[in-house]
Design a protein around this ligand. Structure first.
Ligand code: PLP
Ligand code: COI
Length: 340
C-alpha cells in the first residue's frame, strides 16, 4: 500500500517508515541483523555515545528510476568512510558486507517509502554506529550498536536546485585542524550548531566555514562541501578539516569526463571574487547553487547569481549527476547499484 505522503512537498524531516535494522557488537564480534519497527533504542544512561560523543553516521540515498527500479549510489564509498569514522573515535569498523546487507535490507523492507520517479524526492538512508557500554571514565565502549533507518526526503535546502545564500562565519569553528573534521562524527555537527544558527538568524541558508587554523581559506558550506567555477575549471578546497564528500569526488570525476579541469587546493577567501559560479554539494544538499556569499568582517558580498538561476556549469553538473543517480543517463563509472 502506498503511504499517504505528498511526495512533491517533502522536506528533510524525520518520517517513520516500516522497519529499521540493527546489529550489535559484543565480545569482539558482530552479531546477526535484527529487524524492528520500533524507532527507539534501549540505551544505558552512561553509554559512551551519550557522554563522550562516541558515535558516527553516514548519509546515503536510494532513488526510484523511470523503470520503477531502486538505485543506490556509490555505497562502497560510504562504507569506507564509515569505517574511517569508526577508526577515528576508536569504534569497531563495520565490515563492508555487513554494511551492504544492512543498507539494502533497510531499503527493501521500506520499498513503499521510496518516492516515485519524477517527484524529486528520494529515500534517505542513515547508518549509525554508537557506543553503548556504560563507562563513566573517558574510554572507548566495549559494546556497540550499528543501525540503519531510512526516510523519504525532499531537498535539504529550500526550493531544491535554486541558489541559496551563505555567510562566512569566523566566530566558531566546526572542527580543529587535527581534530575530527574529516570523519563523520556527531561532535562536528554539535560544534557547528552555533555557526549555522548565526548564519540562519541573519537570513542565510547556512554557514560557510573557514579553515580553523588561519581563517584564510574556505573549508565547507554547512553540511556540504564547497566548489566553485573559474573559467573552465572546477575548484574545490583541499583541507584536512573537511569531510571528504562522495558527491564532491563524483563531481570531480564528472568534470574530467565532461572536459573541465579540476583543482583541489586551498582556496583563499579573496579568491571568491574570481569565481563565476559556486555551489554546495553533498548527499542531502545534492548540488545547491550558491547565489551569494556575505563576509561580515570585510562587508563584502560575492555574487554568483543575479537572476535567481543557477550557473551553466553548475546546471550541467547537476543534470549529469542526478541523471546517473535516477538512472536516466548512462553510468559510465559503475556508481549505481540496483536494489532488487
Ligand atoms: N560535509 C559535511 C560536513 C557533511 O555533513 C556532508 C554530508 O554528508 C558532506 C560534506 C557531503 O558528503 P557526501 O557528498 O558524501 O554526502
Ligand atoms: C548528508 O548529506 O547525508 C548529511 O549527512 C548531511 C546532513 C548532516 C544532513
Amino acid at each position: 500500500m502506498e503511504p499517504n505522503i505528498d511526495w512533491k512537498n517533502l522536506s528533510f524531516n524525520y518520517i517513520k517508515t516500516d522497519y529499521n535494522v540493527r546489529v550489535h557488537y559484543k565480545d569482539g564480534q558482530w552479531g546477526k541483523l535484527e529487524v524492528t519497527s520500533w524507532d527507539y533504542i534501549p540505551l544505558h544512561m552512561a553509554a559512551t555515545s551519550l557522554h563522550y560523543g562516541q558515535e558516527a553516521f553516514e548519509g546515503m540515498k536510494a532513488y526510484r528510476g523511470k523503470d520503477g527500479k531502486v538505485r543506490i549510489f556509490r555505497w562502497q564509498e560510504n562504507a569506507k568512510r564509515f569505517r574511517n569514522s569508526a577508526k577515528g573515535i576508536l569504534m569497531p569498523e563495520v565490515p563492508e558486507e555487513l554494511f551492504h546487507e544492512a543498507v539494502t535490507t533497510a531499503v527493501r523492507l521500506n520499498e513503499r517509502f521510496v518516492p516515485p520517479y519524477g517527484t524529486g524526492a528520494s529515500l534517505y538512508i542513515r547508518p549509525l554506529l554508537i557506543g553503548i557500554s556504560p563507562i563513566v571514565g573517558v574510554h572507548p565502549s566495549h559494546e556497540y550498536l550499528f543501525l540503519v533507518f531510512v526516510l523519504p526526503v525532499g531537498p535539504y535546502f529550500k526550493g531544491g536546485f535554486k541558489p541559496q545564500d551563505f555567510m562566512i562565519i569566523r566566530k566558531y569553528d566546526r572542527a580543529a585542524p587535527l581534530g575530527t573534521g574529516n570523519i563523520k562524527v556527531g561532535g562536528n555537527y554539535a560544534a557547528g550548531l552555533r555557526a549555522t544558527e548565526m548564519a540562519q538568524s541573519k537570513g542565510y541558508a547556512n554557514a560557510l566555514f573557514l579553515d580553523p587554523k588561519e581563517k584564510k581559506y574556505i573549508d565547507e558550506a554547512g553540511p556540504a562541501n564547497f566548489f566553485a567555477i573559474k573559467g573552465d575549471t572546477y575548484v574545490t578546497p583541499k583541507s584536512q578539516s573537511i569531510l571528504p564528500s562522495i558527491t564532491n569526488n563524483s563531481l570531480q570525476q564528472l568534470c574530467k569526463h565532461l572536459g573541465y579541469k579540476v583543482e583541489q587546493r586551498p582556496i583563499p577567501v579573496e579568491e571568491l571574487a574570481e569565481f563565476t559560479e559556486a555551489g554546495a554539494c553533498g548527499t542531502a544538499a545534492v548540488i545547491t547553487p550558491i547565489g551569494k556569499i556575505f563576509d561580515e568582517e570585510t562587508n563584502k558580498t560575492y555574487i554568483y547569481s543575479k537572476d535567481g538561476k543557477p550557473g551553466k556549469i553548475t546546471t550541467e553538473l547537476y543534470n549529469t549527476l542526478t541523471g546517473i543517480q535516477w538512472g536516466d543517463i548512462e553510468d559510465p563509472f559503475g556508481w549505481v547499484e540496483i536494489v532488487d
